[in-house]
Write a protein that binds this ligand. Sequence first.
Ligand code: ADP
Ligand code: LRH
Length: 492
Amino acid sequence: MSSILAYDLGAGSGRAVVGRLNGNRIETEELHRFANDPVQVGDRLHWDILRLYHELKQGLLKAKHQGIEVASMGIDSWAVDFGMIGANGELLGNPYHYRDRHTDGAMERLLAEVSPASIFDRTGIQFLPFNSIFQLYALKKARSPLLREAQRFLMIPDLLRYFMTGEMASEFTNATTTQLYNPIDKQWDSQLLKWIGVSESLFGPIVQPGVLAGELRPSLMEELGVPAIPVYAVAEHDTGSAVAAVPALHRSFAYLSCGTWSLMGTEVDRPVITEQARELNFTNEGGVNGTFRLLKNIMGLWVLSETRREWEREGRIYSFPELIALASQAPAFATYIDPDDDLFLPPGNMPERIRSFCERTGQKAPSEPGELVRCILESLALKYRYVLELTEQLSGQRFDGLHMVGGGVQNTLLCQWTANALGRPVWAGPAEASAIGNLAVQWIARGELADIWEARRVIQGSFPISVYEPQDVEQWENAYGEYLRKTGLSKA
Ligand code: ADP
Ligand code: LRH
């Protein structure tokens, strides 16, 4: 039984997970887990990319020390961000964090020059102010030296794979999130690049998940004392990997990938590039096996983790289970936020922003920690209902329940409240869906699993799935009406 390795880097933390396929069962073992703390330098927020590369090396060393022979490996991470490679093959600068404010106003500025329809029709991608297209446009407008020197654009997992192998290639699922990839022509969109004034020569060949993309560079093998390990391009967008691991047994299913972000939608065979999809601001991100993810970003547990971080700065340390316990004791249905309000995107003082949202919308502002956490979690559950109904409208499907995967499934209160808000069951798990999807694509490429559906069957049989049946449905139904009114979503 061979051991393979998945690196999964989330906005909150990264992990190296070893997977073994034992007949019809997957066994996983977390080798290494590390924080992914971005670094503010002056006005700019960066990813600590070299530290992350260091942590990837630690994963390989831990495997070596435990006598694990790694037969292959793959890397997935959050989307949209990138590094630039210069003429000497070195990384130019530190990649920006998608929450950095250098993109403030860039989307509005570009959309004043080029119509939203002409961008959406070419990409099928939702408008988020931090998409790579707007980051690049902002760099161009700021006359960034980065663009003058750059020879190659590599997204985060492409970049780390390049560090490891010395080979450069852009992986498809992640490339689609740039809003510069045309899924109809199946290539980078030259017209969009012309509109933003960025040279097409920066963009290299696109490879599909499952392609063998190189092996460890000799210098790295020597540094770590490890053998040549094949490196696969997997679904390098973490959400692509997470959805590949949704334990669904039938074609038509709804998912919520619940980590720092909440990504909710369904899988489709073809991108849905219609006026309705554009107006509802849904996206069509590339998936495995030629599929697309018709989904919408919801700000997600970021609002909670950033709230927790604010309290930590004040010297009040709470674990997630403590916060959940406080929320469960606070009064129900007191105040609501729309987590997708622009207020909540940048890092900062979330308790203050929640209060200011409540004041703006004529609600009593929560003050105690339990009240704030309850407001966040109830609002998320109710927003999930709103987006699930939009997904149904757009896809013409009706879903019997919701598959929830990602670290957020550890929040049993959120899972239960989501079932209550939807009035439908929630099937929660696995928590490490992105790492498992990463492994699954490698097993398919290695000929050990037949296809994505066999992978999903095996995942379903290998990991516990918790079922949450809806409770207090009438109260939640009433709360939903209140939620839409108070947040202003009823007018959207
Ligand atoms: P990402 O990949 O974006 O870093 P994860 O999938 O690891 O995110 O999920 C992280 C989220 O999971 C945290 O923001 C937190 O809300 C939730 N979480 C993590 N651990 C726990 C826990 N023990 N109990 C409840 N929630 C948790
Ligand atoms: C989740 C995720 C999401 C993107 C965001 C930038 O980690 O990849 O799919 O929209 O990060």
